[in-house]
Design a protein around this ligand. Structure first.
Ligand code: FAD
Length: 351
């Protein structure tokens, strides 16, 4: 067994959540290191589709310490990748990659991460592995017999190979709307959503989602029942591509179908429709398989936490997984306060 570095704090992940955590760790004097499975900086943004547009302006899409440069419109995937790469270099954040951590175990008062025959021991461990590596696809009767292509949004890059085909897009969030807007320009698309899709007003953008999440977070911090928000946290932001799709009359959603047939889907009312491909824009679960070895991961992939700290494994913190680890923690603008809270607690605990 090869010994990697023994450090005070080990951070698993190298995306925005890990970088924001590293920013605050640099200020504590604790030794730390990041282990990231990617070949280079940027986390999940490395895998997002080419035309992905953020739903908040650059000034609302930065993590602690460094402002994203203003962009003509909403930042693109390329803008975010350039920003995160420059951020990692600017702060000279110590990242070992590619390292895919397979397990984390307790060893006395240490936590030990393992990847192949390598091991790293630390006094505290932060898991910041995001969700991209755990795409969620709902199960439907007959899906095994469906002869068409299936693709999750996590693996969708651009619409080229779908040109001229009949494409079913499932999911009513920002991914679904943006991918529908793009694919409908080259293919015959049908959109299926659980509920009728909720669109934010044109003049409002992702900041309002952040404000809603913050209001809910503040209420939780103060022990109040959060007011029912004016809208959902996943409402669709009318970025230019989605507005353009609306002008083309594309944003019409069908209710959920009942089952797959060999060449398409069937609804409960007897309607059927043929499809050559299905794109699942049905979200993600937390990428926490590496923590199963601690026996603390629930069936939904979550870990019981108080704030960002594991209840069952006090030397473990989780940053960036979405609301269950802190309101808006899965967004660039929201992850900073959760990363700072985690590092403040780690410093108090270790020092
Ligand atoms: P990730 O970026 O997924 O980084 C996790 C890192 O950990 C990756 O590098 C991964 O390889 C690594 N990793 C995973 N498992 C292991 C392991 N076992 N060992 C070692 N390394 C591991 N956010 C916004 O703020 N604004 C937006 O407008 C916005 N739009 C979005 C649109 C879409 C369609 C999607 C899907 C997401 C959007 N997001 C947006 C959310 C944002 O992209 C993600 O939530 C963000 O990437 C999360 O960052 P993270 O660091 O938590 O995780």
């Amino acid at each position: 067994m090869q010994h990697g570095a023994d450090v005070d704090v080990l951070v698993i992940g190298g995306g925005q959540a890990a970088l924001a955590t590293a920013y605050f760790l640099r200020r504590t004097g604790l030794s730390f290191r990041l282990l990231d499975a990617e070949q280079g900086p940027g986390g999940a943004w490395r895998h997002a589709w080419q035309s992905l547009t953020l739903f908040s302006p650059a000034t609302w899409s930065s993590i602690a310490g460094r402002q994203m440069a203003p962009t003509p419109g909403y930042p693109t995937r390329a803008d975010v990748l350039a920003y995160l790469s420059a951020y990692e270099a600017h702060y000279a954040i110590p990242v070992e990659r590619p390292v895919m951590v397979e397990s984390v175990t307790r060893d006395g008062d240490r936590l030990v991460a393992r990847a192949g025959d390598r091991r790293w021991a630390a006094r505290a461990l932060v898991s910041a592995t995001g969700t991209w590596r755990n795409p969620y696809v709902p199960s439907y009767p007959g899906v095994g017999a469906f002869r068409g292509e299936q693709l999750h949004s996590a693996h969708y890059a651009e619409p080229g190979h779908l040109a001229g085909k009949r494409v079913l897009i499932v999911g009513g969030g920002n991914s679904g709307a943006q991918i529908l807007a793009e694919v409908s320009r080259v293919a015959d698309t049908t959109w299926v959503t659980q509920q009728p899709p909720a669109f934010l007003p044109d003049e409002v953008d992702g900041r309002v989602l952040f404000d809603r999440a913050t209001a809910r977070w503040r209420a939780q911090q103060e022990g109040r029942v959060p007011d029912a928000p004016a809208g959902g946290l996943g409402d669709i932001v009318m970025v230019p591509s989605v507005r353009e799709a609306r002008e083309r009359g594309v944003l019409r959603a069908e209710p959920p179908f009942e089952r797959f047939t060999a060449d398409g889907v069937a609804w409960a009312d007897g309607r059927t429709a043929p499809f050559d491909a299905v794109i699942w824009c049905t979200g993600f679960g937390p990428a926490t398989a590496h923590l199963r070895s601690l026996g603390i991961v629930g069936p939904d992939g979550r870990v019981e936490v108080t704030g960002t700290r594991s209840k069952q494994c006090p030397g473990l913190w989780l940053v960036g997984y979405g609301d269950w680890t802190g309101a808006a923690s899965a967004t660039l603008v929201g992850v900073t306060r959760n990363a700072k809270a985690a590092v403040d607690e780690i410093r108090e605990t270790l020092e």
